[in-house]
Design a protein around this ligand. Structure first.
Ligand SMILES: Cc1ncc(COP(=O)(O)O)c(C=O)c1O
Length: 417
Protein backbone atom coordinates (compact mmCIF):
# COMPACT_ATOMS: atom_id res chain seq x y z
CA UNK A 1 0.00 0.00 0.00
CA UNK A 2 2.76 2.38 0.99
CA UNK A 3 4.69 1.58 -2.19
CA UNK A 4 1.58 2.28 -4.25
CA UNK A 5 1.02 5.64 -2.59
CA UNK A 6 4.65 6.67 -2.97
CA UNK A 7 4.97 5.57 -6.58
CA UNK A 8 2.06 6.65 -8.76
CA UNK A 9 3.53 4.72 -11.68
CA UNK A 10 3.09 1.46 -9.78
CA UNK A 11 0.30 -0.84 -10.99
CA UNK A 12 -1.24 -2.91 -8.22
CA UNK A 13 -2.40 -6.43 -8.90
CA UNK A 14 -2.19 -6.89 -5.13
CA UNK A 15 -5.10 -4.99 -3.62
CA UNK A 16 -8.41 -6.82 -3.25
CA UNK A 17 -10.24 -3.58 -4.08
CA UNK A 18 -13.10 -3.44 -6.58
CA UNK A 19 -13.31 -1.68 -9.94
CA UNK A 20 -13.57 2.05 -9.15
CA UNK A 21 -15.17 3.25 -12.35
CA UNK A 22 -18.14 0.92 -12.14
CA UNK A 23 -19.03 1.79 -8.55
CA UNK A 24 -22.79 2.54 -8.49
CA UNK A 25 -22.72 6.26 -7.70
CA UNK A 26 -25.85 7.05 -9.72
CA UNK A 27 -27.89 4.26 -8.10
CA UNK A 28 -26.74 5.17 -4.60
CA UNK A 29 -27.43 8.86 -5.18
CA UNK A 30 -30.96 8.13 -6.50
CA UNK A 31 -31.77 5.83 -3.57
CA UNK A 32 -30.44 8.35 -1.09
CA UNK A 33 -32.46 11.20 -2.64
CA UNK A 34 -35.59 9.06 -2.43
CA UNK A 35 -34.84 8.09 1.14
CA UNK A 36 -34.38 11.66 2.30
CA UNK A 37 -37.27 13.05 0.25
CA UNK A 38 -39.95 12.54 2.90
CA UNK A 39 -39.56 13.28 6.61
CA UNK A 40 -40.96 9.85 7.44
CA UNK A 41 -38.44 7.80 5.45
CA UNK A 42 -35.59 10.16 6.34
CA UNK A 43 -36.30 9.89 10.04
CA UNK A 44 -36.59 6.11 9.90
CA UNK A 45 -33.23 5.84 8.16
CA UNK A 46 -31.42 8.39 10.31
CA UNK A 47 -32.65 6.97 13.62
CA UNK A 48 -30.94 4.03 15.38
CA UNK A 49 -31.90 0.69 13.93
CA UNK A 50 -31.98 -2.74 15.57
CA UNK A 51 -28.98 -4.92 16.37
CA UNK A 52 -30.22 -7.64 14.02
CA UNK A 53 -30.81 -5.29 11.10
CA UNK A 54 -33.67 -3.59 9.24
CA UNK A 55 -36.47 -6.15 9.01
CA UNK A 56 -37.62 -5.41 5.41
CA UNK A 57 -33.99 -5.70 4.30
CA UNK A 58 -33.58 -9.02 6.09
CA UNK A 59 -36.66 -10.33 4.33
CA UNK A 60 -35.26 -9.34 0.96
CA UNK A 61 -31.87 -10.82 1.77
CA UNK A 62 -33.42 -14.11 2.72
CA UNK A 63 -35.51 -14.15 -0.46
CA UNK A 64 -32.35 -13.46 -2.44
CA UNK A 65 -30.27 -16.17 -0.77
CA UNK A 66 -32.94 -18.84 -1.17
CA UNK A 67 -33.64 -17.80 -4.78
CA UNK A 68 -29.93 -18.14 -5.61
CA UNK A 69 -30.26 -21.77 -4.57
CA UNK A 70 -33.64 -22.22 -6.27
CA UNK A 71 -35.28 -23.09 -2.96
CA UNK A 72 -37.89 -21.64 -0.64
CA UNK A 73 -37.16 -20.53 2.90
CA UNK A 74 -39.28 -23.45 4.08
CA UNK A 75 -37.03 -25.87 2.12
CA UNK A 76 -34.03 -24.44 3.93
CA UNK A 77 -35.79 -24.25 7.31
CA UNK A 78 -34.91 -20.56 7.62
CA UNK A 79 -36.78 -17.34 8.29
CA UNK A 80 -35.82 -13.63 8.36
CA UNK A 81 -35.19 -14.15 12.08
CA UNK A 82 -32.12 -16.21 11.13
CA UNK A 83 -30.64 -13.35 9.11
CA UNK A 84 -28.26 -10.86 10.73
CA UNK A 85 -26.97 -7.71 9.04
CA UNK A 86 -23.35 -6.92 9.85
CA UNK A 87 -20.73 -4.24 9.27
CA UNK A 88 -19.23 -6.02 6.29
CA UNK A 89 -18.95 -9.78 6.21
CA UNK A 90 -15.67 -9.34 8.08
CA UNK A 91 -17.65 -8.48 11.22
CA UNK A 92 -19.69 -11.63 10.76
CA UNK A 93 -16.54 -13.75 10.46
CA UNK A 94 -15.05 -12.13 13.51
CA UNK A 95 -18.09 -12.27 15.76
CA UNK A 96 -18.92 -15.86 14.82
CA UNK A 97 -15.36 -16.80 15.70
CA UNK A 98 -15.45 -14.88 18.96
CA UNK A 99 -18.73 -16.57 19.80
CA UNK A 100 -17.70 -20.13 19.07
CA UNK A 101 -14.03 -20.25 19.88
CA UNK A 102 -12.04 -20.19 23.07
CA UNK A 103 -8.29 -19.62 23.07
CA UNK A 104 -6.57 -22.85 22.13
CA UNK A 105 -9.52 -24.18 20.11
CA UNK A 106 -8.94 -25.32 16.54
CA UNK A 107 -10.25 -23.92 13.29
CA UNK A 108 -9.72 -25.77 10.05
CA UNK A 109 -9.18 -23.63 6.96
CA UNK A 110 -8.14 -24.08 3.37
CA UNK A 111 -4.47 -23.74 2.44
CA UNK A 112 -4.13 -21.16 0.97
CA UNK A 113 -6.85 -19.10 2.61
CA UNK A 114 -8.20 -15.53 3.04
CA UNK A 115 -5.42 -13.93 5.08
CA UNK A 116 -7.40 -11.18 6.83
CA UNK A 117 -9.54 -13.82 8.53
CA UNK A 118 -6.39 -15.68 9.55
CA UNK A 119 -5.23 -12.55 11.33
CA UNK A 120 -8.57 -12.32 13.14
CA UNK A 121 -8.23 -15.93 14.29
CA UNK A 122 -4.72 -15.32 15.51
CA UNK A 123 -5.97 -12.37 17.57
CA UNK A 124 -8.42 -14.72 19.30
CA UNK A 125 -5.64 -17.09 20.32
CA UNK A 126 -7.09 -19.87 18.18
CA UNK A 127 -5.00 -22.63 16.64
CA UNK A 128 -5.43 -22.97 12.90
CA UNK A 129 -5.03 -26.22 11.02
CA UNK A 130 -5.08 -26.23 7.27
CA UNK A 131 -6.26 -28.56 4.55
CA UNK A 132 -4.81 -28.21 1.04
CA UNK A 133 -6.95 -27.20 -1.92
CA UNK A 134 -6.81 -28.40 -5.48
CA UNK A 135 -8.85 -27.44 -8.54
CA UNK A 136 -12.03 -28.67 -6.79
CA UNK A 137 -11.42 -26.62 -3.66
CA UNK A 138 -10.70 -28.01 -0.19
CA UNK A 139 -9.46 -31.59 -0.44
CA UNK A 140 -12.10 -33.47 1.54
CA UNK A 141 -10.03 -36.67 1.70
CA UNK A 142 -7.30 -34.70 3.43
CA UNK A 143 -9.96 -33.12 5.64
CA UNK A 144 -11.24 -36.53 6.68
CA UNK A 145 -7.71 -37.55 7.53
CA UNK A 146 -7.24 -34.40 9.62
CA UNK A 147 -10.49 -35.01 11.48
CA UNK A 148 -9.43 -38.58 12.14
CA UNK A 149 -6.08 -37.38 13.51
CA UNK A 150 -7.81 -34.95 15.86
CA UNK A 151 -10.13 -37.70 17.02
CA UNK A 152 -7.27 -40.11 17.69
CA UNK A 153 -5.44 -37.39 19.61
CA UNK A 154 -8.57 -36.86 21.75
CA UNK A 155 -8.84 -33.27 20.50
CA UNK A 156 -11.92 -33.39 18.33
CA UNK A 157 -13.93 -31.46 20.87
CA UNK A 158 -11.52 -28.52 20.48
CA UNK A 159 -12.53 -28.16 16.84
CA UNK A 160 -15.53 -25.88 16.49
CA UNK A 161 -15.30 -24.41 13.02
CA UNK A 162 -14.31 -25.23 9.46
CA UNK A 163 -13.90 -22.10 7.36
CA UNK A 164 -14.31 -22.29 3.58
CA UNK A 165 -14.43 -19.56 0.97
CA UNK A 166 -16.25 -21.79 -1.47
CA UNK A 167 -17.01 -19.49 -4.40
CA UNK A 168 -14.06 -18.16 -6.43
CA UNK A 169 -11.90 -18.29 -3.39
CA UNK A 170 -9.76 -15.44 -2.19
CA UNK A 171 -6.87 -16.03 -2.99
CA UNK A 172 -6.97 -18.86 -5.57
CA UNK A 173 -10.10 -18.05 -7.58
CA UNK A 174 -11.15 -21.71 -7.26
CA UNK A 175 -14.53 -23.03 -6.08
CA UNK A 176 -15.52 -26.04 -4.03
CA UNK A 177 -17.06 -28.66 -6.32
CA UNK A 178 -20.60 -29.93 -5.80
CA UNK A 179 -19.43 -33.38 -4.71
CA UNK A 180 -17.13 -31.89 -2.11
CA UNK A 181 -19.87 -29.60 -0.79
CA UNK A 182 -21.91 -32.70 0.01
CA UNK A 183 -18.89 -34.50 1.42
CA UNK A 184 -17.88 -31.59 3.63
CA UNK A 185 -21.32 -31.46 5.20
CA UNK A 186 -21.38 -35.22 5.61
CA UNK A 187 -17.98 -35.17 7.36
CA UNK A 188 -19.05 -32.40 9.70
CA UNK A 189 -22.18 -34.32 10.66
CA UNK A 190 -20.21 -37.52 11.15
CA UNK A 191 -17.49 -35.94 13.30
CA UNK A 192 -19.81 -33.75 15.38
CA UNK A 193 -19.83 -35.83 18.55
CA UNK A 194 -20.18 -34.16 21.92
CA UNK A 195 -20.09 -30.73 20.32
CA UNK A 196 -21.31 -29.63 16.95
CA UNK A 197 -18.71 -28.60 14.39
CA UNK A 198 -19.92 -25.65 12.30
CA UNK A 199 -19.04 -24.81 8.73
CA UNK A 200 -18.41 -21.11 8.18
CA UNK A 201 -19.26 -20.69 4.49
CA UNK A 202 -17.82 -17.42 3.22
CA UNK A 203 -19.68 -16.70 -0.02
CA UNK A 204 -18.50 -13.09 -0.38
CA UNK A 205 -17.82 -13.58 -4.11
CA UNK A 206 -20.80 -15.75 -5.00
CA UNK A 207 -22.65 -13.20 -7.09
CA UNK A 208 -19.57 -12.29 -9.11
CA UNK A 209 -19.89 -15.34 -11.33
CA UNK A 210 -19.04 -15.01 -15.00
CA UNK A 211 -19.17 -18.21 -16.94
CA UNK A 212 -18.96 -21.20 -14.62
CA UNK A 213 -21.85 -23.29 -13.39
CA UNK A 214 -23.57 -21.78 -10.36
CA UNK A 215 -23.11 -24.16 -7.46
CA UNK A 216 -25.59 -24.56 -4.61
CA UNK A 217 -24.46 -23.13 -1.30
CA UNK A 218 -23.44 -25.61 1.39
CA UNK A 219 -26.08 -23.88 3.46
CA UNK A 220 -28.75 -25.05 1.01
CA UNK A 221 -27.65 -28.66 1.60
CA UNK A 222 -28.00 -28.21 5.36
CA UNK A 223 -31.76 -28.68 5.32
CA UNK A 224 -32.14 -28.55 9.11
CA UNK A 225 -30.30 -25.21 9.33
CA UNK A 226 -28.03 -26.76 11.91
CA UNK A 227 -24.42 -26.85 10.74
CA UNK A 228 -23.73 -24.02 8.32
CA UNK A 229 -23.18 -20.33 8.97
CA UNK A 230 -23.43 -18.54 5.63
CA UNK A 231 -21.71 -15.18 5.16
CA UNK A 232 -22.40 -12.80 2.28
CA UNK A 233 -21.49 -9.23 1.46
CA UNK A 234 -22.50 -6.22 -0.61
CA UNK A 235 -18.86 -5.20 -0.81
CA UNK A 236 -17.82 -7.04 -3.95
CA UNK A 237 -21.16 -7.12 -5.74
CA UNK A 238 -22.20 -3.51 -5.05
CA UNK A 239 -19.99 -1.13 -3.07
CA UNK A 240 -17.47 -1.86 -0.31
CA UNK A 241 -17.81 1.71 0.96
CA UNK A 242 -21.27 0.78 2.27
CA UNK A 243 -19.53 -1.88 4.40
CA UNK A 244 -22.60 -4.07 4.70
CA UNK A 245 -22.60 -7.82 4.95
CA UNK A 246 -25.04 -10.37 6.28
CA UNK A 247 -25.25 -13.85 7.61
CA UNK A 248 -27.71 -16.70 7.74
CA UNK A 249 -27.21 -18.51 11.03
CA UNK A 250 -28.41 -21.74 12.60
CA UNK A 251 -31.25 -20.69 14.92
CA UNK A 252 -29.39 -21.56 18.14
CA UNK A 253 -26.60 -19.10 17.28
CA UNK A 254 -28.77 -16.07 16.53
CA UNK A 255 -29.44 -14.85 20.08
CA UNK A 256 -25.87 -15.30 21.37
CA UNK A 257 -24.53 -13.71 18.19
CA UNK A 258 -26.80 -10.70 18.66
CA UNK A 259 -25.71 -10.35 22.28
CA UNK A 260 -22.11 -10.08 21.11
CA UNK A 261 -22.97 -7.69 18.30
CA UNK A 262 -25.07 -5.66 20.69
CA UNK A 263 -22.08 -5.21 22.95
CA UNK A 264 -19.98 -4.26 19.97
CA UNK A 265 -22.15 -1.74 18.13
CA UNK A 266 -25.88 -2.44 18.79
CA UNK A 267 -26.52 -2.44 15.07
CA UNK A 268 -24.80 -1.67 11.78
CA UNK A 269 -25.25 1.61 9.90
CA UNK A 270 -29.01 2.07 9.61
CA UNK A 271 -29.00 4.58 6.75
CA UNK A 272 -27.01 2.14 4.61
CA UNK A 273 -29.47 -0.63 5.36
CA UNK A 274 -32.44 1.49 4.29
CA UNK A 275 -30.53 2.47 1.19
CA UNK A 276 -29.75 -1.13 0.28
CA UNK A 277 -33.36 -2.06 0.89
CA UNK A 278 -34.40 0.45 -1.79
CA UNK A 279 -31.65 -0.60 -4.15
CA UNK A 280 -32.81 -4.22 -3.90
CA UNK A 281 -36.48 -3.29 -4.29
CA UNK A 282 -35.92 -1.08 -7.36
CA UNK A 283 -33.88 -3.65 -9.27
CA UNK A 284 -30.81 -1.37 -9.20
CA UNK A 285 -28.83 -4.04 -7.34
CA UNK A 286 -29.58 -6.70 -9.95
CA UNK A 287 -28.64 -4.32 -12.75
CA UNK A 288 -25.37 -3.50 -11.00
CA UNK A 289 -24.47 -7.16 -10.51
CA UNK A 290 -25.21 -7.87 -14.17
CA UNK A 291 -23.02 -4.93 -15.24
CA UNK A 292 -20.19 -5.95 -12.92
CA UNK A 293 -20.18 -9.47 -14.30
CA UNK A 294 -19.39 -8.06 -17.73
CA UNK A 295 -16.78 -5.63 -16.45
CA UNK A 296 -14.89 -8.27 -14.47
CA UNK A 297 -15.22 -11.05 -17.05
CA UNK A 298 -13.55 -8.71 -19.55
CA UNK A 299 -10.78 -7.80 -17.08
CA UNK A 300 -10.21 -11.43 -16.20
CA UNK A 301 -9.89 -12.27 -19.90
CA UNK A 302 -7.37 -9.48 -20.35
CA UNK A 303 -5.33 -10.80 -17.42
CA UNK A 304 -5.46 -14.41 -18.57
CA UNK A 305 -4.61 -13.39 -22.14
CA UNK A 306 -1.63 -11.33 -20.95
CA UNK A 307 -0.37 -14.20 -18.76
CA UNK A 308 -0.60 -16.60 -21.71
CA UNK A 309 1.40 -14.23 -23.89
CA UNK A 310 4.03 -13.14 -21.39
CA UNK A 311 4.66 -16.55 -19.86
CA UNK A 312 4.30 -18.64 -23.03
CA UNK A 313 7.95 -19.69 -22.87
CA UNK A 314 7.76 -20.61 -19.17
CA UNK A 315 6.45 -24.18 -19.15
CA UNK A 316 6.70 -24.37 -15.37
CA UNK A 317 4.44 -21.41 -14.68
CA UNK A 318 0.76 -22.25 -14.17
CA UNK A 319 -2.24 -20.19 -13.15
CA UNK A 320 -5.90 -20.67 -12.32
CA UNK A 321 -8.67 -19.66 -14.73
CA UNK A 322 -11.42 -18.49 -12.39
CA UNK A 323 -15.02 -18.40 -13.57
CA UNK A 324 -15.85 -15.65 -11.10
CA UNK A 325 -14.46 -13.47 -8.31
CA UNK A 326 -11.43 -11.19 -8.53
CA UNK A 327 -8.34 -13.40 -8.26
CA UNK A 328 -5.90 -15.47 -10.30
CA UNK A 329 -3.39 -17.65 -8.50
CA UNK A 330 -0.02 -18.12 -10.17
CA UNK A 331 2.35 -20.97 -9.37
CA UNK A 332 5.97 -20.66 -10.47
CA UNK A 333 8.48 -23.51 -10.55
CA UNK A 334 9.22 -24.99 -7.14
CA UNK A 335 12.61 -23.24 -6.77
CA UNK A 336 11.05 -19.83 -7.33
CA UNK A 337 10.73 -17.39 -4.43
CA UNK A 338 7.92 -14.83 -4.70
CA UNK A 339 8.24 -13.84 -1.04
CA UNK A 340 9.41 -10.59 0.48
CA UNK A 341 12.91 -12.01 1.06
CA UNK A 342 13.28 -13.40 -2.46
CA UNK A 343 14.58 -11.62 -5.55
CA UNK A 344 11.22 -11.31 -7.38
CA UNK A 345 9.42 -8.97 -5.00
CA UNK A 346 11.98 -6.14 -5.12
CA UNK A 347 12.34 -6.67 -8.86
CA UNK A 348 8.56 -6.31 -9.24
CA UNK A 349 8.51 -3.11 -7.19
CA UNK A 350 11.37 -1.78 -9.29
CA UNK A 351 9.48 -2.66 -12.46
CA UNK A 352 6.36 -1.00 -11.02
CA UNK A 353 3.95 -3.85 -10.30
CA UNK A 354 2.64 -5.31 -7.05
CA UNK A 355 1.28 -8.77 -6.26
CA UNK A 356 0.51 -10.62 -3.04
CA UNK A 357 3.20 -13.21 -2.23
CA UNK A 358 1.37 -16.52 -1.93
CA UNK A 359 3.04 -17.40 1.36
CA UNK A 360 0.99 -14.68 3.10
CA UNK A 361 -2.10 -16.80 2.42
CA UNK A 362 -0.85 -19.78 4.42
CA UNK A 363 -1.37 -19.92 8.14
CA UNK A 364 1.13 -21.04 10.68
CA UNK A 365 0.02 -24.67 10.68
CA UNK A 366 3.17 -26.43 11.91
CA UNK A 367 2.20 -29.60 10.02
CA UNK A 368 1.84 -27.97 6.63
CA UNK A 369 4.64 -26.72 4.43
CA UNK A 370 4.36 -23.15 3.17
CA UNK A 371 5.11 -22.88 -0.54
CA UNK A 372 7.08 -19.81 -1.52
CA UNK A 373 6.56 -20.03 -5.28
CA UNK A 374 3.03 -18.64 -5.61
CA UNK A 375 1.39 -15.25 -6.10
CA UNK A 376 -2.11 -13.81 -5.94
CA UNK A 377 -3.04 -11.43 -8.74
CA UNK A 378 -6.24 -9.42 -8.57
CA UNK A 379 -8.05 -7.92 -11.56
CA UNK A 380 -10.35 -5.92 -9.26
CA UNK A 381 -9.08 -2.37 -9.16
CA UNK A 382 -6.51 -2.40 -11.97
CA UNK A 383 -7.67 -0.43 -15.02
CA UNK A 384 -8.26 -2.55 -18.14
CA UNK A 385 -5.69 -0.62 -20.17
CA UNK A 386 -3.03 -1.28 -17.50
CA UNK A 387 -3.44 -5.03 -17.25
CA UNK A 388 -1.19 -5.94 -20.13
CA UNK A 389 1.55 -3.61 -18.96
CA UNK A 390 1.24 -4.97 -15.40
CA UNK A 391 1.79 -8.55 -16.61
CA UNK A 392 4.69 -7.46 -18.83
CA UNK A 393 6.32 -5.94 -15.74
CA UNK A 394 5.60 -9.10 -13.76
CA UNK A 395 7.30 -11.22 -16.42
CA UNK A 396 10.32 -8.92 -16.40
CA UNK A 397 10.49 -9.25 -12.60
CA UNK A 398 10.27 -13.03 -12.93
CA UNK A 399 13.13 -12.99 -15.45
CA UNK A 400 15.15 -10.83 -13.04
CA UNK A 401 14.47 -13.49 -10.40
CA UNK A 402 15.77 -16.22 -12.66
CA UNK A 403 18.81 -14.20 -13.59
CA UNK A 404 19.65 -13.52 -9.96
CA UNK A 405 19.04 -17.13 -8.96
CA UNK A 406 21.33 -18.29 -11.79
CA UNK A 407 24.14 -15.99 -10.76
CA UNK A 408 23.75 -16.99 -7.10
CA UNK A 409 23.96 -20.64 -8.17
CA UNK A 410 27.02 -19.88 -10.32
CA UNK A 411 28.69 -18.15 -7.37
CA UNK A 412 28.10 -21.13 -5.13
CA UNK A 413 29.47 -23.63 -7.67
CA UNK A 414 32.66 -25.26 -6.42
CA UNK A 415 35.67 -24.25 -8.52
CA UNK A 416 36.75 -27.27 -10.52
CA UNK A 417 40.45 -27.58 -11.12
C1 LIG B 1 -13.10 -13.91 1.26
C2 LIG B 1 -13.49 -12.63 1.89
N1 LIG B 1 -14.35 -12.66 2.91
C3 LIG B 1 -14.73 -11.55 3.53
C4 LIG B 1 -14.26 -10.32 3.16
C5 LIG B 1 -14.70 -9.12 3.93
O1 LIG B 1 -15.33 -8.18 3.14
P1 LIG B 1 -16.39 -7.15 3.72
O2 LIG B 1 -16.17 -7.04 5.19
O3 LIG B 1 -16.10 -5.88 3.02
O4 LIG B 1 -17.75 -7.72 3.42
C6 LIG B 1 -13.35 -10.23 2.09
C7 LIG B 1 -12.78 -8.94 1.67
O5 LIG B 1 -11.91 -8.83 0.85
C8 LIG B 1 -12.97 -11.42 1.44
O6 LIG B 1 -12.10 -11.43 0.42
Amino acid sequence: MRQAVENSNLISLAAGFVDSESLPSGEVSAALDELLATPQSAQAALQYGTTQGYAPLREKLLARVTALDGLSSRDMAVSPDDVVVTTGSQQLLYLVSELLLDPGDYVLTEAPSYFVYQAALASLGVRTLSVPIDRDGMNTDALEERLGQLERAGELDRLRLIYVCDYFQNPSGLSLSLGRRHRLLELVKRFSRERRIFILEDAAYRELCYDGPDLPSIKSLDRENAYVILGLSFSKSFAPGLKTGYGLLPRELVAPFLRLKGNDDFGSNNLTQHLLDRVLASGAYDRQVAALRQVYAAKRDLLLGALAREFSDWPDVRWTRPTGGLYVWVTFSSDFDTGPQGPMMPAAVKEGVLYVPGQFCYVGDPNSPVPTNEARLSFGIVKPDQIEEAVRRLARAARAHDHEADSAAAKSQPILM
